[in-house]
Design a protein around this ligand. Sequence first.
Ligand code: F6R
Length: 607
Amino acid sequence: MCGIIGYAGHRPAVPLLIEGLRRLEYRGYDSAGVAYVEAGALRLLRAEGKLGELEKKINGRDVTMATSGIGHTRWATHGVPVERNAHPHKDNSGRLALIHNGIIENYQERKNELLAQGYTFSSETDTEVLVNLIAEGLKETGSILRAMSWAFARVEGAYAVALVSPDEPGVVYAARKSSPLVFGQGLGENFVASDIPAFLPYTREVAFLEDGELVRMDANSWQVFDAATLEPVDKPLHHITWDVQSAQKGGYKHFMLKEIFEQPRVVADCLAGRVDLRAGRVRLPELDGLEPPRRLTIVACGTSYHAGLWGASLIESWARIPVRVEIASEFRYRDLLLDGDDVVLAVSQSGETADTLAGMRRARELGARVLGLCNVVGSTVSREAERVVYTQAGPEISVASTKAMCSQLTVLYLLALHWGAAKGTLPAEVAARALTGVHGLPQVIEAELPRMRERACELARKYASVRSFMYLGRGQSFPLALEGALKLKEISYIHAEGYASGEMKHGPIALIEPDFPTFALALRDPLFPKVKSNLEEVQARDGRIVALTHPGLDLTVDDPWIIPEVWGPLNAFLALPCLQLFAYEMADYLGKDVDQPRNLAKSVTVE
Ligand code: F6R
């Protein structure tokens, strides 16, 4: 789970690599480094900590000569995050430099063999093993291309790698297996990176590398090969339409805040072309010709899992399809009962989450059909799913996911309508109400966001000193309670528990005291009276309560947060930004690094 970039062209490579790494820093920021060839020698610059530390090292050096090189920003998997473990890593001869995103699972075995052959290691990383294995391959085969193929045949696990060598100045090699890698074709320059924004200022023409592919590029040419056979592979180029601006902060203090405020647009983009108000139906051409599932399993992690939980109840209710929602890291290792009657829906913003991908693969092996609900076009989930419905939320840079969840809820809502209509289980008047409601939703969210932020600021000032928060919700608000708690803990580091309000009395209520406040979702729905009683139980234990609630509801709490009411399930779309903004303002007030919370990375491409 790191960011990698490679460049071969006509510009000074080092500043370009640093700039690209800045746009990849969301993938990891434990250490960073670059490698380039200068005057026939391999140069490495590496630093522990964020990219700024590497820049400090570079300042004052003349690094303008090299016009090709590789760069890496690390999220540690093997070895503590210190400089000796920072990428790039050199082989023992000092002729090869390699960067790597992923994990070589059998690295210890290979390392023992290399040690027995006299190789030495200065880091604890699997990457240093891989670069020395490639060096060994070079001895065996005589060319870097063949050496890489030779080495990949001997390793297990996941990798996206890039390599430079003074033996082939101006050339960058890159390859992938189970970790993301895209190629970008410019004019007199070529790029590879973990993600498109890294090189988007320079080109919009990209090729998505597949597992088991290897690319050799210099300033003016590039060729993709099958890494096993070294047969050339023809790769189509795709034109990227979104711009760099959408990958920048756009005037907001943090990406997270920008992305929260993008949600009205995200809902509108998600709906565009998919809602036919006149015909009273949803159009999802991606699913044309596919029968509604008889049984559905939603597989996801983290925030995407919470979105899945929310969507499940709608699909059950409108389409009468039995749905279970599974945490991917549990699902993948269970003795699963799946067959051809099952449909598995993988929900993932990045489309690269290792556990979700593994869950999809298990399901497919067992004969289930696998669909993807995904944001990143060309990602592994989108390519491995039989069909994919894109969430169209645009790049999400903040590590804490916000707008992606909003887009997932929107698509799940449309899916429930689509399958409900296909099965004839959805009454026409409900469908009509659902469609007009969702159509008007972006304007409602847009109008409310500034007020929500003000209230979030007030409450953050009042509650920022607490050490724990309980989040409670019932029914469709339960997944939102889980999400509120996740947001708070991941960016403000305040302990938070998300709980079903009715389950509270079975244990967690023991925690309640004045310094352990509760954030309640007490919206107008059939379960409101039950939620109210649960909150009275909290009050009876001197627990303070912030309650997200609707006008006119009979509820007395310390801090009511009244939001406008919309139709039924759409209320989630107004509650969600409040939860996100509350977490955001708490974290910002406490001076936390909102966009890059400690210990986290955007895309979890390891188990
Ligand atoms: C939380 C967050 C994570 C992700 C999870 C799944 O803010 O971002 O919990 O939701 O890692 O990621 P995707 O959706 O990319 O599979």
